[in-house]
Design a binder for this molecule. Sequence first.
Ligand code: HEM
Ligand code: HEM
Length: 133
Amino acid sequence: MSRLTILFIKSSLIYFAIAVLVGLDITFMPGHLGSMMPVHAHLMLLGWITMMIYGVAYHILPRFSASPLYSDKIANVQFYVAHIGLIGMAVSFAMRSYVDAGGMLLIVFSIIEAISIILFVFNMLMTLPKAPK
Ligand code: HEM
Ligand code: HEM
């Protein structure tokens, strides 16, 4: 397993643990639903699920396609961009109900997170071979 795969899988597990705690927070504190549900949902879906998929995909897809990953550099940059985007989105979602700046920060970090997704998609599309006819 590459360092990148291990880091993605470990961070995915950490997001899982944090997301469950946020889930319990909204279970026990219904008043937090509006501000914390999107935090919980995105830590689960973009954190736990997506980061796990990134880690496994970087390991498995180049092997399945018998060709090296198109760009290790893009993959390493994508790791940092994905985390900055998601952590920023989670903090902005939580802040949004209390501070005006939260909405603007959410836009900025959403764009950063979207960039990380596009980088992953591009790298994988360039790695996978053409489908046989
Ligand atoms: C012990 C584990 C979990 C707890 C305590 C928990 C708790 C909650 C609570 C209280 C809500 C708000 C529901 C509402 O009032 O509308 C919620 C929503 C949500 N949860 Fe969890 N959850 C857990 C696990 C998960 C997992 C494993 C996932 C996905 C992988 C997940 C994804 C979501 C999503 C996407 C929403 C938003 C649903 C919507 O838009 O209506 N949760 N969760
Ligand atoms: C760059 C990536 C993404 C951005 C910027 C984004 C943004 C948002 C925003 C602004 C909302 C509305 C939240 C609210 O106002 O309460 C939302 C809701 C939601 N998103 Fe995303 N999202 C992204 C990726 C995803 C992905 C990849 C998934 C699923 C795999 C997902 C699942 C959901 C779900 C289930 C909800 C409804 C739950 C809720 O209201 O908290 N999102 N998203």
